[in-house]
Ligand binder design. Sequence first.
Ligand code: PMP
Length: 424
Amino acid sequence: ASPLDVNAVRADFPILDTRIGDAPLVYLDSGATSQKPRAVLDAERRFLETANSAVHRGAHTLAAEATELFEDARTAVASFVGADEETLVWTSGATAALNLVAYSIGNATAGRGGAAASAFAIRPGDEIVFTESDHHANLIPWQELAARTGAVTRAIPVHDDGTLDLAAAAEIIGERTRIVAFPHVSNVLGIVNPVAELTALAHEVGALAVLDACQSAPHLPLDLPATGVDFAAFSGHKMLGPYGIGGLYGRAELLDALPPFLTGGSMVTTVTLEKADFLPAPHKFEAGTQPVSQAVALAAAVRYLDGLGMDVLHARERELEKRMRDGLRQLPGIRLLGDAPAGVERVALASFDVDGVHAHDVGQFLDSRGVAVRVGHHCAQPLHRRFGITASVRASASVFTTEDEIDTFLDAVSGVRSFFGADA
Ligand code: PMP
């Protein structure tokens, strides 16, 4: 039996009272964006009502209070991923975090950041490696960096069962490799990739390991420093927090050495008309006004998750994941993407293709039963192409998902093909 009191959890999420037509909302789209518990909504509102003001400046009491809450939030979110606060840079989300790394390295390549940064410069013919299963946010910034520097991109392939081809990875990652970017958990496959192994392959050749932790941070206990990764990105809105806030974890010596991406106010010490000196990390990467109330609310989100217990949540998700996947496997005409053998670690997320019915039609049919899923390519076009399709249906669970909801979802999916005449 699961130690999670899911009914108590559900009571914390006001949106779960929503009805879609006559049906109760069954929200299975947390992989796209999560719902927010009252503690998060309240934290943001409380900050705005009682402490709102500009941080890191101003002599007044409120500014000091806001600054303290903002920096406490950094400590809380950093510690949620096992990190020290000075190694957590606020960003607007994972996309911004990954672009920050790519552009900082690009700036180092352009000679910014002095001798310490020059070690990270990319030379023509250097190689940047990512995977076939990456989200566009962990592909395109690297393609752009390669285009600006003359580097070459290479992709680690995915096996039919959705796991990464580690033998191919070991061949692809070589002495010209400078960066190895990969997802902790693919947002389409839900499989947990072997972070330590891929990081070791990167480090053996002196390359940086960049982890997209977007789909793992909400579901797995994380200790980013222990994995050895150099950088990791995540989005607040996928982990019960607000929009517009996310984080970049970076190893301290890298954050020290690399030049900033965005520049402007709040990230400098001395500025003349000719040049600027930058604050130490993380502040040198946080130009301009930061998402302060969102940071405070994200801290409330990670406290909420910690309160439930990430180990407890992960154990429960495994049960939900099994129920979802076993149920889908039994339905005729359903092909699961990346249906890796039992024993492969996963989060409760499954993508599938319905024979003879377009994913968008599936999505609309499920919506008519109150079931919210994601349809399309989920910002992973290369991965869909690899599986020979252009779109899929994705169901993803969260802390409040019940067995009954999974069953409602499975029952709805079981009716799709006959409704569209695809079972003839
Ligand atoms: N990586 C993965 C694996 C994702 O699932 C997402 C969001 N779909 C992103 C990156 C991008 O996150 P955001 O849009 O919040 O920046």
